[in-house]
Each structure stands twice: as C-alpha cells, then as structure tokens.
Design a protein around this ligand. Sequence first.
Ligand code: 5AD
Ligand code: SF4
Length: 448
Amino acid sequence: MAAQDGPKRLYIETYGCQMNVYDSERMRDVLKPLGYAPADKPDDADLVVLNTCHIREKATEKVYSEIGRLRVHKERRAGEGKATSIVIAGCVAQAEGEEIMARAPAVDLVVGPQAYHKLPELIARAARKTGERLAADFTAQEKFDALPARAPDGVTAFLSIQEGCDKFCTFCVVPYTRGAEYSRPMAAILEEARSLAGQGVREITLLGQNVNAYHGGGDFAALLEALARVEGVERLRYTTSHPVEMTDTLIALHGDEPKLMPYLHLPVQSGSDRVLKAMNRKHDGGFYRDIIGRLRAARPDIALSTDFIVGFPGETEKDFEASLQLVRDVGFASAYSFKYSPRPGTPAAAMMGQVDEAVKSERLARLQALLSEQQRAFNTAQIGRTLPVLVTGQGRKPGQAYGRSPYLQAVHFDDAQARPGEIASVRISAASQNSLSGARVSCATEAA
Ligand code: 5AD
Ligand code: SF4
C-alpha cells in the first residue's frame, strides 16, 4: 500500500452465511488500528476485501466477476496516482486460492478463514511485494486466540462459538473450506458475552456451522445455561444446528430457559429417507419429525426454520413429494431452499443421476410456493397478539421504531421514544411475508 493523504479507506463486501458477516466484522476490528475508516463503495477504497462464499456454484462465480470489476477500479485509481489493494478472503479463498492467484493478477492477497488475525502483517508483506500472496494454513484456535476485543454495533450481536464441521454431508464443501470442527473454550465465550453485554448488547446469536455439536469444556446446553446467567443478556439464539445433535437436555432447555428465544433453525435438507441417506445426514424423516414433536412439547410456540436442497443426485419426483409432505407435516415459520449445486471434490458431485437443471427449477418453485404460504400464515397468525419486541433502531418512517419479535420477525411500530435495547410490548395489527407492524401498548419487560 502506498502512503497517501487522509485516512485510509476499507471496503468489505460480504457474500454467504452469517459466519461470513461475523468474519467481516472481525476483519474490520483487526484493521481498525491500522487507521482504516469504512468506505461506502469499492471505488473510494484503498483496501477492498471480498469475503467469499463457496457453498454453491453461483456464489463462487460471483467472485470472479467481482474481481473483474475491482481490477477496473484499481487501474482507474492507479491512473490517479492512488494504490488499491485487493484481498480475497473466505471460503473461495481457502478452496481455490492457487486458482485465484493464477487467474487474477490484480489480487494482492488471498487469505483463508483461519488467517484473519494475520491480516495487518499479511497486507504489509503484500505491499512490500514479497511475492507471498496466499495464506490459507492456519487453525481456528490460533485465530480466535489472536483476535482483538469486539466493538459491537447495536444491541444484537453474533458470537462465534464453534467453527468447522466433521459431518461430511455428501453435498457440502464446508468440512473442506472451514476445516475440522473446533469449539472455543467456554471461558473465552463467556468473557466475550460479558464484554458485549457491557457494551449494550441485549441479544446474542451463537454462531457456528454446527453449534449444537459444541464441546468446549461442556456441551452446548451447558454453554447456553451459563450464557443465560450473564447479566444484561436478555435473549439467546443459535444457528446453525444439526438434527442428530438435538440432545434431550437441549430440547428441555427450550422449555425451561426463558432467555432462549422460541425460534430454531434446524436444517433438514430433504424429506426423503433415501435422499437423506445419500446425503449422509445420519437421520431419516421420522427422526426429524420426532425431534420437532419433542421441541413443540417443550416449547409449544417455537417457530421453526429449515434448509432444503432440491434436485440432489438421484432425487425422483416421489422423493421430492416426500419433501413437500414433510413441509406440510411440520409447518415452518421460515425456510431457505436451494437447487443442488455440485461442488468440486464433494462425493455428491461424482454421483450418478445428476438432476436436470429445468427439473430442479420446477421443483424449487413448487417448494418455495408452499414455504412462502406457510411463512405468510405464520406471520398472519401474530395479528392481535402482543409481542415483546427488542428495539434495534428507527423504523422506516419518522416516529417509527424497529425491532425483532421473539420469533425473529422484523417488527415496525409507532413510537418516537423507543430506545434501542429496550423490550417493548407491541400489539401486532398487520403482517406481510417478511415483517409485522403494530403499536406499542405499554412499557414492558419481557411478556409472554
Ligand atoms: N448445493 C445446494 N445447496 C447447498 N447447501 C450446502 N451445500 C449445498 C450444495 N452443494 C445448502 C444446505 C445448507 C445451506 C447452508 O446451504 O441447505 O444447509
Ligand atoms: Fe455442511 Fe453437513 Fe457440516 Fe452442515 S452439517 S456444514 S451441511 S457438512
């Protein structure tokens, strides 16, 4: 990086999952001491980081087209005598680092998800043109130990407790890009939660590829119990989890711990036992339904969310119908659904019976129509209820506040005085597919 006048500007573009959103925040924290102020657009930035996602083919393709655009900025700024450094981070960096370097000479540095703590040093070395451009060989433990303290922005925050995955679902690149599962020590997580709460955070979402496989000196239920005792933390959530790790204690906690919000994202991927087996999900549809039944017995109002993949190799119309049936049986408050995308190096990419793109699209449309209908019905069912809404900021219109329901719905309500961090009782009067609106009924603490 060349010396320049004024503060240096950093632009981070984030693709993919919440883990990447979290990682981007942490990269900002790491780079702040170097004097980087945020830029709104890549055009104005001295340092541009693309935090990439490798989970599906489309996400990966975006990286190369974005690098192409950035190269143009870089050349334009070079013409004005300004240097621009381009860093490719995230899962594509980890999986395709060598290829990126070969295909994109405009890229100054490629860093895998476990090397963010080294960014200042790596950027300095890249600027000295040492020829070293790839850093993908670190461990999650090393990274977590080295990252600086957090400075949260708002009353909700992610807290990464676990990273990587040992489940090896046959469609998934995560075990290859994020590596073997690593659980952070419980003491470090509690310390971070206390620090977040001390800075005004009221709702913490625990993050990881498989949070309920957590084993950092206690199991996941024990960690949740300890976090619920942290003063100032009013609400706890977690994502993502795996059905086979839903222990009896964890299910019971959903009924017993009021700080644990009644919302759970529990990916199922398919309703067909045959497909679930080929996916190596380690459970069948009956097992999933049983877990849902037990969760609802523990916490009757729990809102459920899930992930589906359509068009996995060998998926027949009958298999797909089984996914639709599972949706009808369970009833989801929200869901994400995707067309199967063959990922290089994963077992499913080499399986026989790859499904035609047109068939995948048609199945996805049918599944999404059903899921949208359920999401609208779930939101509409809140009309007339009074919900405890965590105020997170100002609403769209003047005099309006904005917040989150216990079921993770966005809520707009009239109240010019509402302060971020308070929990307001809001009577819901209208619902759309993606949000609720209503009016405040009183100053309240957590109501049922
Ligand atoms: N193709 C399509 N969807 C995928 N997912 C993971 N890998 C693939 C793939 N190869 C989906 C799963 C997972 C979510 C994060 O992304 O549904 O739960
Ligand atoms: Fe991927 Fe399966 Fe691990 Fe989830 S559990 S990250 S889908 S391998």
